[in-house]
Design a protein. Sequence first.
Length: 266
Amino acid sequence: MNHDTTSSTRGESLLSTHSVYGAPCWVSLTSRDLEATEDFYSAVLGWRWRPVRLGEPFRIALADGVPVAGIAAVAAMWQMAVAWTPYFAVRSADEAVSRAQERGGTAAVGPISLPPGRAALLADRDGATFGIWEGELFSDWDAWRTKRPAFIRLHTRDAFDAAIFYGEIFEWASGQGCEVRYEGDEVVLRHEGEVVARIESGALGAAPDPAVRPHWQVHFAVEDVTACARAAERHGGSVLSLGADEAVLRDADGAQFTVTARRLGS
């Protein structure tokens, strides 16, 4: 990868979203109770925690010492739903928000400055929530990709229509960032040859169940799906579905996520 970089205040070289634009670059969870959320994911996924310079209400989850996800205790502060949200790398948060709005999307939060970057929380025209990030990434983004969610999946009304919406915002057709392919009934997004997102049809926009309405689902790669499901139930969460290689879980605060056998996300 040809890394564009910026320099931090400590003089280390950091990867910028300019060099990986259009790709999923982070996942974050909004939480009402930071301590309870940390306890739940420590028990279910074995994560450890550290504060970050975004401020006291923010924590970074670590898997084997590598940052894997973020938690923000802002659900009550900003009157936001508790949910896992994928973030996509952009070169300009303002331009990305404008493109989304021009194509029927909405901006829920931002763009706002969160040094070392700028972020916004958006919804596509079917109501699925996603974020954008402009600025510094981790100094070893490839290590994050190793520990990252196996992938993210958009359950939406029409996969091809959604691919056009996101593709125009993130310039997927430029050939410089991500590669998009139509494979059967799915749209598959790859970055440097790895599957980083899938888009599938079948969601119902007016369904009363939020799990059926259009939404981005975050998948975390784990060694033992069944053990994660049992741990979730023991710590106040619930199991929505359980298979040999994948389980859909809900944490104690109501946020839904999927655990996937690590070999399937490799």
